[in-house]
Design a protein around this ligand. Structure first.
Ligand code: ADP
Length: 577
């Protein structure tokens, strides 16, 4: 019910159109009511009184009424569809905005297909519900009400009689139907008992034989079989009894109505045409009643879709801007991580008491075994997740006190693998800063060592990614990511294994571009190959969510701990090759 009201909120902006639509539906439905009325006039005036003028009036009337019915029909489908489509488009936009605001943690849990299904399937079934059900509901509602009004107008006594007896027959049918269903269930249960017994005795046939219990089992089966027979016969009996009873009741009611109507015609209280028209309306009443209950069922289904959609809209966003969040001023790039703990899942610590201080322009490296928590530290800096305990400060501002937009605008990320959008290379690089000019994009590409290979593509910068099988190599994609980051010109950089997926050859070119990019920026480098971080200002060895050791390359080597182990492994490997 609450969600119903919410859905109506989305319809509100289109109320005027909806109003006109409903008027059209009512008028189009009204044309259906005109048919029995024609019959009445035909019988009473044309046939009984041989009234030629009336015949012409009726003929013209039919043409006119059905002409206008066509116009109203057009109006109803166009306008209702318009409103339905609009509501759905609006809802889809709102949902999409919601998904854009949801934190990464939501996407960790949710499957992509499921998210897409909200926006496509659920929203689409809502649309059908609104468009089809609305038309049907109003059409059938108008016919129902119109028929009853006309019936009462034609003959109120007969109407009273009909409207009392027919629902009574309907009620009787419902009660009998329920009885039949119960006895049907009983048969099903008996049949299931037989199956269970069969399964048991056949699968334990060895036991049966070893105890010589064949006779006992036969007896048991026979009894169960008998029970099934009794249930089946009870059902047959009920059915054979109920069907004629209901039919007889219905016949009784109809006879009663027809008799009373005929009696009134004989007595001159109503005309023959009126009686026929009346009976036509009465018989036609069954349709709207049936359809309205079907619409009701459809609405239930649609409301289930609405529930799902609104549930998504109500999801907590977890990571949002504080009410008094300020825009992070242009930063220098000083980063402090203070005793940070973090859990992706409650009770499973991914980081424990991680602390580090970084001066502007420093290069920081995280090394250590996979799954240790290196990426997790990097994820916390742009506030993709909120720390469980401790704090992260940039230039003295807690990342939770500033707006997410102003924070993330000043942090550049080059991931291990770069997603490119199916648009031109130019636009893909411009994703880094939407208002960059073409010249700036080309300059960034040059700085990222990407200009050369881009110019060799079929259409240079306007080549579309993914078109005609154009697929860039990993190294080329990384250079585009670097160009994006250069355009963005952030003070803080995160390079999350930016070269680990590359072969040695392209790694060299990409690393050269990265080295240029890092100059003068605070950089966090997650590295697989230690050779790329020898000259880092601080190296942190992360294992099992803890920082195990830190220092410069030389200091850590001298220490002879984890880092020097890692170094020796890689170094010896390199020598073996
Ligand atoms: P590293 O970067 O050192 O390889 P990660 O930071 O990716 O390590 O992972 C640290 C721990 O957190 C691992 O145990 C990993 O399974 C877990 N983890 C990483 N990302 C998620 C996530 N999105 N949801 C749940 N657990 C995660």
């Amino acid at each position: 019910m609450k969600n119903y009201k919410r859905l109506l909120m989305y319809i509100r902006p289109y109320l005027k159109r909806l109003g006109i639509a409903i008027v059209c539906i009512v008028l189009a439905a009204g044309a259906n009511l005109y048919v029995p009325w024609i019959i009445k006039d035909m019988i009473d005036k044309v046939l009984a009184q041989k009234d030629m003028l009336m015949l012409n009036v009726i003929a013209v009337g039919i043409v006119v009424v059905f002409f206008f019915r066509g116009i109203f029909f057009y109006g109803q489908s166009y306008l209702v569809s318009f409103v339905g489509q609009r509501v759905i488009i609006d809802l889809r936009d709102v949902l999409y905005q919601k998904f854009q605001r949801m934190p990464l943690a939501y996407y960790d849990r949710q499957q992509t297909g499921e998210i897409m299904s909200y926006i496509t399937n659920d929203v689409a079934s809502l649309q059908n519900a609104i468009v089809d059900n609305l038309i049907e509901m109003v059409t059938e509602g108008s016919i129902l009400i119109g028929s009853i009004v006309l019936m009462v107008y034609l003959d109120w006594k007969l109407s009273l009689l009909t409207l009392v007896t027919i629902p009574m027959v309907g009620q009787a049918m419902k009660v009998f139907g329920r009885k039949l269903k119960t006895s049907g269930t009983l048969i099903q249960e008996r049949l299931a008992d037989i199956t269970a017994l069969l399964q048991e005795s056949i699968s334990s046939v060895r036991v049966v034989k070893s105890f010589v219990r064949e006779g006992y089992e036969i007896e048991r089966f026979h009894n169960q079989n008998e029970l099934n027979f009794q249930a089946a016969m009870k059902n047959v009996q009920l059915m054979s009894l109920l069907t004629p009873t209901v039919e007889f009741l219905a016949a009784l009611a109809v006879t009663f109505i027809v008799w009373f109507g005929g009696y009134e015609v004989v007595n001159g209280e109503i005309t023959a045409g009126s009686l026929i028209a009346f009976l036509t309306y009465a018989v036609n009443l069954a349709n709207p009643v049936k359809r309205i209950s079907r619409v009701y069922g459809n609405l239930q289904k649609a409301m289930a879709a609405a529930d799902r959609v609104f549930d998504v809209l109500d999801l907590p966003e977890q990571i949002t801007n504080k009410k008094d969040a300020i825009a992070l001023p242009k930063i220098e790039g000083r980063v402090a991580i203070n005793e940070v703990c973090f859990e992706y899942k409650k009770g499973v610590p991914a980081l424990v008491d991680v602390s580090l201080q970084v001066e502007p322009g420093q290069m920081i490296a995280f090394v250590g075994p996979s799954g240790g928590g290196k990426s997790t530290i990097a994820n916390l800096i742009p506030r993709f997740y909120d720390v469980t305990a401790g704090s992260i400060e940039i230039d003295g501002h807690d990342v939770r006190d500033v707006t997410m937009e102003s924070l993330r605008e000043q942090i550049g990320i080059v991931p291990q693998e770069t997603m490119l959008f199916s648009t031109t290379i130019l636009e893909n690089i411009r994703y880094g800063r939407l208002d960059a000019t073409d010249e700036e994009v080309v300059a960034a590409a040059k700085a990222a060592n990407a200009n050369e290979f881009i110019l060799e593509l079929p259409h240079g910068y306007t080549t579309t990614i993914g078109e005609r099988g154009l697929n860039l190599s990993g190294g080329q994609r990384q250079r585009i990511a670097i160009a994006r980051a250069i355009l963005k010109n952030p003070r803080v950089l995160i390079l999350d294994e930016a070269t680990s997926a590359l072969d040695t050859e392209s790694e060299k070119i990409v690393q050269a571009a990265l080295d240029k990019l890092m100059v003068g920026r605070t950089s966090f480098v997650i590295a697989h190959r230690l050779s790329t971080i020898f000259n880092a200002d601080q190296i942190f060895v992360v294992e099992n969510g803890h920082i195990r050791e830190h220092g410069t390359h030389a200091e850590l080597l001298a220490r002879g701990g984890l880092y020097s182990n890692l170094y020796n492994i890689q170094f010896n490997k390199a020598k073996d090759k």
